[in-house]
Design a protein around this ligand. Structure first.
Ligand code: BES
Ligand code: MN
Ligand code: ZN
Length: 483
């Protein structure tokens, strides 16, 4: 979708459909001749309740009046939801060019919310379809025009970059695992590096991972015929030492469980087990596109988890890059093995703060459902920074505890650690405690997105891949940059 901004009134644009939001206690700011929009409100057909929608035709266009609720309660997330409501009607209206007439006195986050909500809600993953199903008339909007009294091009352009990155992360997670392999992700990282001067990329394959002594990552990948990729993507807008931010992503392009194989129903959606890695890659792309003055190193561990004659076995003991030995007790607890070596790698490269995103545990779905991701952190100030970014972007988290007592649940009788605690016992926390063994004294936050990466249930990302984490990471990078 092409997006432009204007200070002209919607009637003076080429839009075939205009959307106008109205707050409680307020009226349409600039009505048309004969006040058809105000009449719609006065008749009760249009309401100011959040997401209420009414349609009329005037001045050769369609006009959608959408309720925004109380101005005091309004935020970027409500703007996204209101935008998604509008987009939901555009398919049947056959809209090609939509104009948003923004209400007066919005802050930049709210302006961005309308744009993000429009782009996210209009997104379709239809690459594998010949034609849309007959009972669906998906929106085919070609252009979005944002109209306001003053120039809103800066927040609009930022929102476009972030929403497009998020939609790309969704596409990566939605792509079938026969087409999206670890090498596809490596290729995507190379594309990003080619697009932005401040980005550079390095990729290690199977031999490189083994040669680097990453025995935990290597164990996961050894059962698969697909060439793995340890992707290191750097954002270096200026010379300097180390990195202000280290982003780490789990990218298991298909998680069968390995020899501890998953039941068919649980395995069916496991193409999305790379969603953390996809969000990390696309967030770095957005950070570069936005030109944020922050040095970032991103490490994405991409592999399949498959059973085979070469697969890791329950009972195997492997040695991670840090020297820590791990007794594999369940080959389905593979994400933490991949992340152990990726976190160590990011730390060795000089990351001064770490965040990892991972579809790590089914247990986080039981705890928090699809609405919030689990946040685990060993540094209160860093946890608070993540919580602020979450609140600002609507990608909500809930902080979970870490305690040495939980760490005791992953002690091994023969090695330093086992890779899984007892089933049904604080599964998300023991997974986080496992990761903590590899982060040293670098402030670290782990975000378990197993519940939020798929079927998020938001109006602008209800079903399928959500691209969760792109907005959060970009906002966090902005905070680290001191903007
Ligand atoms: N990728 C899964 C986590 C997952 C499960 C995501 C369900 C989304 C929905 C992860 O690799 C996994 O299999 N975790 C196991 C860990 C257990 C074996 C300790 C789990 O959660 O069951
Ligand atoms: Mn697994
Ligand atoms: Zn997994």
């Amino acid at each position: 979708m092409r997006v432009t901004t204007t200070t002209q009134a919607p009637v003076d644009t080429a839009a075939d459909t205009v959307a106008i939001g109205v707050f409680e206690g307020e009226d349409v700011a600039h009505d048309l001749d004969g006040a058809p929009l105000q009449a719609l409100l006065d008749s009760g057909e249009a309401r100011r309740t959040l997401k209420h929608l009414a349609l009329t035709h005037a001045a050769g266009r369609r006009w959608l009046v959408v309720g925004l609720g109380a101005r005091d309660d309004f935020d970027a997330e409500r703007a996204r939801a209101a935008a998604a409501t509008v987009v939901g009607r555009l398919g049947e209206l056959g809209t090609r060019t939509l104009c948003w007439e923004l209400p007066h006195r919005l802050d930049e986050a709210q302006v961005g919310g309308f744009v993000e909500g429009t782009l996210l809600a209009a997104h379709r993953f239809d690459r594998y379809r010949a034609a849309p199903p007959e009972d669906e008339t998906p929106a085919r909007v070609e252009e979005l025009i944002v109209s306001d009294h003053h120039d809103v091009s800066a927040p609009v352009e930022r929102a476009v970059l972030v929403a497009e990155a998020q939609n790309r992360a969704r596409d990566l997670a939605a792509t079938p695992p026969n087409d999206l392999t670890p090498q596809t992700l490596a290729e995507r990282a190379r594309e990003l590096a080619a697009e932005h001067a401040a980005l550079s990329v390095a990729v290690l394959g199977r031999d490189g991972i083994a040669a680097a002594g990453m025995g935990a990552f290597a164990a996961v990948t050894q059962g698969s015929d697909a060439e793995p990729a340890l992707i290191t993507l750097r954002h270096e807008p200026a010379d300097g030492d180390g990195y202000d931010l280290g982003l780490v992503g789990k990218a298991v392009t298909f998680d069968s469980g390995g020899l501890s194989i998953k039941p068919a129903a649980s395995m069916a959606t496991m193409k999305f087990d790379m969603a953390g890695g996809a969000a990390v890659l696309e967030a770095v792309g957005a950070i570069a596109a936005l030109g944020l003055p922050v040095r970032v190193v991103a490490v994405v561990g991409a592999t399949e988890n498959m059973p085979s004659g070469r697969a890791m076995r329950p009972g195997d003991v492997v040695r991670a890059r840090t020297g820590t030995t791990i007794e594999i007790v369940n080959t389905d607890a593979e994400g933490r093995l991949v992340l152990a070596d990726c976190l160590a790698h990011a730390r060795e490269l000089g990351a001064r703060r770490l965040v990892d995103l991972a579809t790590l545990t089914g247990a986080i779905l039981s705890a928090l459902g699809h609405h919030r991701a689990g946040l685990f952190a060993d540094d209160d100030a860093w946890a608070a920074a993540v919580e602020r970014a979450a609140a600002a972007t609507g990608e909500l988290v809930w902080r979970m505890p870490l305690d040495p007592e939980y760490g005791e649940l992953i002690e091994s009788p023969i090695a330093d650690l086992v890779n899984a605690g007892e089933r049904g016992l604080a599964g998300s926390i023991t997974a986080a405690e496992f990761l903590r063994r590899f982060t040293g004294d670098v402030p670290w936050a782990h975000v378990d997105i197993a519940g939020t990466a798929w079927d998020l249930g938001r109006p602008y990302a209800a079903k399928g891949a959500s691209g969760w984490g792109v907005r959060l990471l970009v906002d966090l990078a902005r905070a680290v940059a001191g903007e």
